[in-house]
Design a protein around this ligand. Structure first.
Ligand code: HEC
Length: 149
């Protein structure tokens, strides 16, 4: 039992294995500095979509979102923050993943309300689903962002 636990730990921290959750380049930004551009409601969950003024300006002028800009989904349950889903673009960051697993130069991360990373999540899952939106900045709520003033 002890040995299995040790083995699991070794696998988790083994460098180069991207199939486990990992701290990556994504940081949790200061949420109050971001603009709230739309809200999605799913049953008990209320999602506030937030991004920077720079990202909004870029999208509105038909330009790519510049590196260094966050897009955040703040997941509220019963009025409290439950978790943050964060996307952050960085110059060349896609190269850290195999070509078939990239979402452009975006990296993804799941933070709990206290700012810690959910180490049970494999961010390849995030990228894999968001890849379907490659033509619109890998974003599902791109149209709402475009419509936001
Ligand atoms: C199975 C598909 C799927 C997976 C996996 C997924 N997402 Fe999303 N994501 C969506 C959808 C759909 C939306 C739009 C909001 C909604 O419908 O709830 C979204 C919205 C977002 C947004 C707001 C910007 C946007 O694209 O609209 C962020 C940020 C985000 N997801 C981050 C993440 C992170 C981080 C992970 C992994 C921990 C993740 N997503 C995993 C489908 C997915």
């Amino acid at each position: 039992m002890q040995y299995m636990r040790f083995l699991a730990l070794v696998l988790l921290i083994l460098p180069g294995t991207k199939s486990f959750a990992e701290p990556n380049q994504v940081t949790l930004p200061e949420i109050e500095m971001l603009e709230h551009y739309t809200t999605v409601r799913r049953g008990e969950v209320t999602e506030h979509m937030m991004t920077t003024r720079d990202a909004i300006d870029a999208v509105e002028s038909g330009k790519p979102i510049p590196p260094g800009n966050h897009v955040v989904l703040v997941d509220y349950r019963e009025g409290e923050v439950y978790r943050y889903f964060v996307m952050l673009k960085g110059e060349g960051w896609g190269e850290e993943y195999a070509e078939a697993e990239r979402a452009g130069d975006w990296q993804f991360q799941w933070f709990w309300a206290d700012g810690s990373i959910n180490m049970d999540e494999d961010t390849a899952r995030c990228r894999s689903c968001h890849r379907r939106r490659a033509d619109v900045e890998f974003m599902y709520t791109f149209d709402d962002l475009l419509a936001f003033e």
